[in-house]
Design a protein around this ligand. Structure first.
Ligand code: 9MR
Length: 336
Protein backbone atom coordinates (compact mmCIF):
# COMPACT_ATOMS: atom_id res chain seq x y z
CA UNK A 1 0.00 0.00 0.00
CA UNK A 2 1.36 3.41 -0.85
CA UNK A 3 0.43 6.37 1.27
CA UNK A 4 0.61 9.95 0.24
CA UNK A 5 3.31 11.41 2.48
CA UNK A 6 1.31 14.56 3.04
CA UNK A 7 -1.82 12.71 4.04
CA UNK A 8 -3.19 14.37 7.18
CA UNK A 9 -4.93 12.34 9.84
CA UNK A 10 -7.19 15.25 10.81
CA UNK A 11 -8.12 15.91 7.18
CA UNK A 12 -8.82 12.27 6.52
CA UNK A 13 -11.20 12.30 9.49
CA UNK A 14 -12.67 15.74 8.73
CA UNK A 15 -16.19 14.38 8.20
CA UNK A 16 -15.98 12.13 11.25
CA UNK A 17 -14.55 13.79 14.36
CA UNK A 18 -11.73 16.00 15.56
CA UNK A 19 -8.29 14.44 15.98
CA UNK A 20 -6.39 15.62 19.03
CA UNK A 21 -3.15 15.21 20.93
CA UNK A 22 -2.08 15.91 24.50
CA UNK A 23 0.70 18.47 24.49
CA UNK A 24 3.43 20.15 26.52
CA UNK A 25 4.91 23.54 25.65
CA UNK A 26 8.07 22.01 24.19
CA UNK A 27 5.97 20.25 21.54
CA UNK A 28 5.41 23.31 19.38
CA UNK A 29 8.68 23.24 17.46
CA UNK A 30 10.77 20.58 15.71
CA UNK A 31 9.32 17.25 14.65
CA UNK A 32 6.55 17.25 17.26
CA UNK A 33 5.45 20.70 16.10
CA UNK A 34 5.35 19.59 12.47
CA UNK A 35 3.30 16.52 13.37
CA UNK A 36 0.86 18.66 15.35
CA UNK A 37 0.38 21.14 12.51
CA UNK A 38 -0.04 18.41 9.90
CA UNK A 39 -2.18 15.81 11.63
CA UNK A 40 -4.14 17.35 14.49
CA UNK A 41 -6.93 19.90 14.84
CA UNK A 42 -7.36 19.67 18.61
CA UNK A 43 -4.94 19.82 21.53
CA UNK A 44 -5.28 19.12 25.24
CA UNK A 45 -2.76 20.35 27.81
CA UNK A 46 -1.27 17.18 29.26
CA UNK A 47 -0.73 18.97 32.57
CA UNK A 48 -0.66 22.75 32.16
CA UNK A 49 -4.36 23.44 32.80
CA UNK A 50 -4.81 21.17 35.79
CA UNK A 51 -5.82 23.04 38.95
CA UNK A 52 -2.51 22.66 40.76
CA UNK A 53 -0.50 23.73 37.71
CA UNK A 54 -2.48 26.75 36.61
CA UNK A 55 -3.54 27.93 40.08
CA UNK A 56 -0.79 26.77 42.45
CA UNK A 57 -1.60 29.25 45.24
CA UNK A 58 -4.78 31.01 46.20
CA UNK A 59 -3.60 34.38 44.91
CA UNK A 60 -1.41 33.15 42.09
CA UNK A 61 -2.28 31.78 38.68
CA UNK A 62 0.37 30.52 36.28
CA UNK A 63 -1.03 31.02 32.79
CA UNK A 64 2.25 30.95 30.91
CA UNK A 65 2.08 27.42 29.50
CA UNK A 66 -1.64 27.42 28.80
CA UNK A 67 -1.32 30.81 27.08
CA UNK A 68 1.49 29.44 24.89
CA UNK A 69 -0.79 26.54 23.95
CA UNK A 70 -3.60 28.89 23.06
CA UNK A 71 -1.27 31.02 20.94
CA UNK A 72 0.00 27.94 19.07
CA UNK A 73 -3.52 26.64 18.61
CA UNK A 74 -4.83 29.97 17.31
CA UNK A 75 -2.06 30.41 14.79
CA UNK A 76 -2.56 26.88 13.44
CA UNK A 77 -6.34 26.63 13.30
CA UNK A 78 -6.44 24.16 16.14
CA UNK A 79 -9.05 24.07 18.93
CA UNK A 80 -8.49 23.02 22.54
CA UNK A 81 -10.00 20.70 25.08
CA UNK A 82 -9.88 22.07 28.63
CA UNK A 83 -8.45 19.50 31.06
CA UNK A 84 -9.55 19.51 33.90
CA UNK A 85 -11.52 21.27 36.66
CA UNK A 86 -12.35 18.75 39.39
CA UNK A 87 -9.99 15.83 39.91
CA UNK A 88 -8.56 14.07 42.97
CA UNK A 89 -5.00 14.49 41.57
CA UNK A 90 -2.92 17.57 40.84
CA UNK A 91 -5.04 19.87 42.97
CA UNK A 92 -3.21 21.93 45.57
CA UNK A 93 -4.08 21.46 49.20
CA UNK A 94 -4.81 25.13 49.67
CA UNK A 95 -8.11 24.60 47.87
CA UNK A 96 -9.32 22.40 50.72
CA UNK A 97 -7.72 24.25 53.64
CA UNK A 98 -8.95 27.37 55.43
CA UNK A 99 -6.80 30.16 56.82
CA UNK A 100 -6.54 28.40 60.18
CA UNK A 101 -5.17 25.26 58.56
CA UNK A 102 -8.41 23.33 59.02
CA UNK A 103 -10.49 21.68 56.35
CA UNK A 104 -12.28 24.39 54.39
CA UNK A 105 -16.07 24.66 54.56
CA UNK A 106 -18.33 23.74 51.64
CA UNK A 107 -19.08 27.40 51.15
CA UNK A 108 -15.41 28.36 50.91
CA UNK A 109 -14.49 25.56 48.50
CA UNK A 110 -17.49 26.43 46.31
CA UNK A 111 -16.48 30.06 46.26
CA UNK A 112 -12.90 29.16 45.31
CA UNK A 113 -13.98 26.73 42.62
CA UNK A 114 -16.46 29.21 41.14
CA UNK A 115 -13.81 31.92 41.01
CA UNK A 116 -11.28 29.51 39.47
CA UNK A 117 -13.70 28.32 36.81
CA UNK A 118 -14.69 31.89 35.97
CA UNK A 119 -11.09 33.00 35.49
CA UNK A 120 -10.13 29.99 33.38
CA UNK A 121 -13.28 30.16 31.25
CA UNK A 122 -12.93 33.90 30.66
CA UNK A 123 -9.38 33.39 29.46
CA UNK A 124 -9.77 30.27 27.33
CA UNK A 125 -13.39 29.76 26.34
CA UNK A 126 -12.84 31.42 22.97
CA UNK A 127 -10.73 28.42 21.94
CA UNK A 128 -11.93 25.59 24.18
CA UNK A 129 -14.70 23.47 22.65
CA UNK A 130 -14.97 20.97 25.51
CA UNK A 131 -14.19 20.95 29.23
CA UNK A 132 -13.36 17.87 31.26
CA UNK A 133 -15.51 19.16 34.08
CA UNK A 134 -15.15 16.21 36.45
CA UNK A 135 -12.43 13.62 36.04
CA UNK A 136 -12.35 10.06 37.42
CA UNK A 137 -15.05 10.32 40.09
CA UNK A 138 -16.10 6.67 39.92
CA UNK A 139 -14.55 4.18 42.34
CA UNK A 140 -12.66 1.23 40.81
CA UNK A 141 -13.30 -1.11 43.76
CA UNK A 142 -16.09 -3.52 43.16
CA UNK A 143 -19.36 -2.62 44.85
CA UNK A 144 -18.44 1.00 45.52
CA UNK A 145 -19.93 3.71 43.36
CA UNK A 146 -17.98 6.92 43.97
CA UNK A 147 -14.34 7.66 44.67
CA UNK A 148 -13.86 9.22 48.07
CA UNK A 149 -12.12 12.53 47.42
CA UNK A 150 -11.73 15.85 49.17
CA UNK A 151 -14.12 17.36 46.63
CA UNK A 152 -16.84 14.87 47.47
CA UNK A 153 -16.26 14.96 51.21
CA UNK A 154 -16.44 18.73 51.37
CA UNK A 155 -18.96 19.58 48.65
CA UNK A 156 -21.31 16.70 49.41
CA UNK A 157 -22.81 13.74 47.59
CA UNK A 158 -24.33 15.84 44.81
CA UNK A 159 -21.07 17.66 44.06
CA UNK A 160 -20.80 16.44 40.47
CA UNK A 161 -24.04 18.14 39.51
CA UNK A 162 -22.97 21.29 41.34
CA UNK A 163 -19.64 21.42 39.51
CA UNK A 164 -21.28 20.99 36.09
CA UNK A 165 -23.66 23.83 36.90
CA UNK A 166 -20.78 26.07 37.94
CA UNK A 167 -18.98 25.47 34.65
CA UNK A 168 -22.16 25.85 32.59
CA UNK A 169 -22.75 29.26 34.14
CA UNK A 170 -19.35 30.41 32.84
CA UNK A 171 -19.35 28.78 29.42
CA UNK A 172 -22.66 28.10 27.76
CA UNK A 173 -21.20 26.98 24.44
CA UNK A 174 -18.55 24.35 25.11
CA UNK A 175 -19.39 20.67 25.55
CA UNK A 176 -19.25 19.67 29.21
CA UNK A 177 -17.66 16.27 29.70
CA UNK A 178 -17.53 13.63 32.41
CA UNK A 179 -14.14 11.95 31.82
CA UNK A 180 -12.83 8.62 33.12
CA UNK A 181 -10.65 5.58 32.37
CA UNK A 182 -11.82 1.98 31.96
CA UNK A 183 -15.37 3.24 31.59
CA UNK A 184 -15.91 0.81 28.73
CA UNK A 185 -15.27 -2.14 31.10
CA UNK A 186 -18.59 -3.78 31.98
CA UNK A 187 -18.64 -3.05 35.71
CA UNK A 188 -17.40 0.53 35.46
CA UNK A 189 -19.75 1.08 32.53
CA UNK A 190 -22.69 0.15 34.77
CA UNK A 191 -21.51 2.46 37.52
CA UNK A 192 -20.98 5.29 35.06
CA UNK A 193 -24.42 4.88 33.49
CA UNK A 194 -25.95 4.80 36.95
CA UNK A 195 -24.28 8.10 37.79
CA UNK A 196 -25.17 9.69 34.44
CA UNK A 197 -28.81 8.65 34.67
CA UNK A 198 -29.11 10.40 38.01
CA UNK A 199 -27.32 13.49 36.72
CA UNK A 200 -29.52 13.69 33.64
CA UNK A 201 -32.71 13.08 35.60
CA UNK A 202 -31.76 16.05 37.77
CA UNK A 203 -31.16 18.26 34.77
CA UNK A 204 -27.36 18.42 35.05
CA UNK A 205 -25.79 20.10 32.01
CA UNK A 206 -23.58 17.15 31.04
CA UNK A 207 -23.14 16.76 27.27
CA UNK A 208 -20.53 14.07 26.74
CA UNK A 209 -18.72 11.13 28.25
CA UNK A 210 -14.96 11.11 27.94
CA UNK A 211 -13.59 7.64 27.33
CA UNK A 212 -9.91 8.08 28.17
CA UNK A 213 -8.88 4.98 26.20
CA UNK A 214 -5.61 4.03 27.90
CA UNK A 215 -5.61 0.67 26.18
CA UNK A 216 -3.18 -2.07 25.15
CA UNK A 217 -2.64 -4.51 22.30
CA UNK A 218 -3.46 -7.62 24.38
CA UNK A 219 -7.00 -6.83 25.52
CA UNK A 220 -9.18 -9.25 23.60
CA UNK A 221 -12.43 -7.83 25.04
CA UNK A 222 -11.68 -4.27 24.00
CA UNK A 223 -13.71 -4.02 20.80
CA UNK A 224 -16.85 -5.63 22.23
CA UNK A 225 -16.61 -3.54 25.37
CA UNK A 226 -16.08 -0.37 23.37
CA UNK A 227 -19.10 -0.92 21.12
CA UNK A 228 -21.33 -1.70 24.07
CA UNK A 229 -20.13 1.37 25.95
CA UNK A 230 -20.68 3.72 23.01
CA UNK A 231 -24.19 2.33 22.53
CA UNK A 232 -25.05 2.70 26.21
CA UNK A 233 -23.77 6.26 26.45
CA UNK A 234 -25.41 7.22 23.17
CA UNK A 235 -28.71 5.77 24.40
CA UNK A 236 -28.56 8.27 27.26
CA UNK A 237 -28.43 11.02 24.64
CA UNK A 238 -24.77 11.81 25.31
CA UNK A 239 -21.94 12.33 22.86
CA UNK A 240 -18.66 10.48 23.27
CA UNK A 241 -15.22 12.03 23.25
CA UNK A 242 -12.20 9.78 23.23
CA UNK A 243 -9.94 11.89 25.37
CA UNK A 244 -6.58 10.25 26.16
CA UNK A 245 -5.99 7.37 23.78
CA UNK A 246 -2.87 5.26 23.71
CA UNK A 247 -2.46 1.58 22.86
CA UNK A 248 0.38 0.22 24.98
CA UNK A 249 2.53 -2.70 23.88
CA UNK A 250 2.15 -4.19 27.34
CA UNK A 251 -0.71 -5.81 29.15
CA UNK A 252 -1.23 -3.89 32.41
CA UNK A 253 0.10 -6.80 34.48
CA UNK A 254 3.15 -7.33 32.27
CA UNK A 255 6.06 -5.86 34.23
CA UNK A 256 8.80 -6.99 31.78
CA UNK A 257 11.43 -4.36 31.21
CA UNK A 258 13.95 -5.76 28.74
CA UNK A 259 12.96 -4.41 25.33
CA UNK A 260 14.91 -1.67 23.58
CA UNK A 261 12.62 -1.68 20.56
CA UNK A 262 9.11 -2.93 19.86
CA UNK A 263 9.08 -6.33 18.13
CA UNK A 264 7.58 -6.76 14.65
CA UNK A 265 4.87 -8.89 16.20
CA UNK A 266 3.96 -6.05 18.57
CA UNK A 267 3.89 -3.45 15.81
CA UNK A 268 1.67 -5.60 13.62
CA UNK A 269 -0.71 -6.41 16.44
CA UNK A 270 -0.85 -2.73 17.38
CA UNK A 271 -1.69 -1.83 13.77
CA UNK A 272 -4.52 -4.36 13.80
CA UNK A 273 -5.88 -3.11 17.11
CA UNK A 274 -5.79 0.52 15.99
CA UNK A 275 -7.49 -0.51 12.76
CA UNK A 276 -10.29 -2.24 14.68
CA UNK A 277 -10.69 0.65 17.10
CA UNK A 278 -10.95 3.29 14.38
CA UNK A 279 -13.43 1.17 12.44
CA UNK A 280 -15.64 1.28 15.52
CA UNK A 281 -15.18 5.03 15.91
CA UNK A 282 -16.17 5.54 12.27
CA UNK A 283 -19.14 3.24 12.63
CA UNK A 284 -20.37 5.41 15.52
CA UNK A 285 -19.41 8.78 14.04
CA UNK A 286 -22.85 10.22 14.86
CA UNK A 287 -21.93 9.90 18.52
CA UNK A 288 -18.15 10.29 18.64
CA UNK A 289 -17.16 13.96 18.38
CA UNK A 290 -13.42 13.89 19.03
CA UNK A 291 -10.57 11.41 19.34
CA UNK A 292 -7.52 12.61 21.23
CA UNK A 293 -4.23 10.74 21.64
CA UNK A 294 -2.38 11.14 24.92
CA UNK A 295 0.74 12.34 23.18
CA UNK A 296 2.00 12.95 19.66
CA UNK A 297 4.72 10.39 18.89
CA UNK A 298 6.51 7.61 20.75
CA UNK A 299 9.35 10.08 21.41
CA UNK A 300 7.48 11.03 24.59
CA UNK A 301 4.63 9.28 26.36
CA UNK A 302 3.56 9.10 30.00
CA UNK A 303 3.53 5.31 29.47
CA UNK A 304 7.35 5.42 29.63
CA UNK A 305 6.86 5.73 33.38
CA UNK A 306 3.62 3.88 33.98
CA UNK A 307 2.98 1.24 35.22
CA UNK A 308 6.70 0.45 35.09
CA UNK A 309 8.93 3.43 35.83
CA UNK A 310 11.52 3.98 33.09
CA UNK A 311 10.22 1.27 30.75
CA UNK A 312 9.99 2.45 27.16
CA UNK A 313 6.58 1.99 25.52
CA UNK A 314 5.43 2.74 21.98
CA UNK A 315 1.69 3.41 22.18
CA UNK A 316 1.10 6.09 19.50
CA UNK A 317 0.80 6.36 15.70
CA UNK A 318 4.22 7.93 15.06
CA UNK A 319 7.51 6.36 16.09
CA UNK A 320 10.29 7.90 18.20
CA UNK A 321 11.60 9.73 15.11
CA UNK A 322 8.16 11.01 14.17
CA UNK A 323 7.71 8.62 11.23
CA UNK A 324 4.33 7.00 10.57
CA UNK A 325 3.98 3.51 12.02
CA UNK A 326 2.03 0.67 10.45
CA UNK A 327 -0.79 1.67 12.81
CA UNK A 328 -1.02 5.09 11.14
CA UNK A 329 -1.32 3.56 7.68
CA UNK A 330 -4.12 1.30 8.84
CA UNK A 331 -6.05 4.07 10.55
CA UNK A 332 -6.16 6.16 7.35
CA UNK A 333 -6.67 3.21 5.00
CA UNK A 334 -10.42 3.34 4.45
CA UNK A 335 -12.84 4.50 1.77
CA UNK A 336 -16.34 5.38 2.89
O1 9MR B 1 0.10 12.30 31.44
C1 9MR B 1 -0.02 12.95 32.69
C2 9MR B 1 1.29 12.85 33.44
O2 9MR B 1 2.28 13.63 32.80
C3 9MR B 1 1.11 13.31 34.87
O3 9MR B 1 2.30 13.06 35.60
C4 9MR B 1 -0.06 12.57 35.51
C5 9MR B 1 -0.26 13.06 36.94
O4 9MR B 1 -1.34 12.48 37.54
O5 9MR B 1 -1.23 12.79 34.76
C6 9MR B 1 -1.14 12.27 33.47
O6 9MR B 1 -2.35 12.44 32.76
C7 9MR B 1 -3.50 11.78 33.29
C8 9MR B 1 -4.70 12.61 32.93
O7 9MR B 1 -4.54 13.92 33.36
C9 9MR B 1 -5.97 12.00 33.51
N1 9MR B 1 -6.13 10.64 33.13
C10 9MR B 1 -4.97 9.77 33.33
C11 9MR B 1 -3.74 10.39 32.68
C12 9MR B 1 -2.54 9.46 32.80
O8 9MR B 1 -2.22 9.27 34.14
Amino acid sequence: MTQDNKLSLAEKYWDYFKIGAAVNVNDFSGIQGELLKTHFNSITAENAMKFGEIHPEEDRYDFEKADAMKTFAKSNNILMRGHTFVWHNQTSNWVFTDKNGREASRELVLERLTQHVKIICDRYKDIVYAWDVVNEAIEDKSGQQYRETAWRRILGADYIQTVFEIVKAQDRKAALVYNDYNNEHPEKLEKTCHMLEILLKNGTPVDSVGIQAHWNIRDISLIDNLKRAIERYAALGLKIQVTEMDVSMFDFNDRRNDLKLPTDEMLELQAQVYDDIFSVFRQYKEHVTSVTFWGISDAYTWKDNFPVFGRKDWPLLFNVSGAKKAAFDRVVDFYE
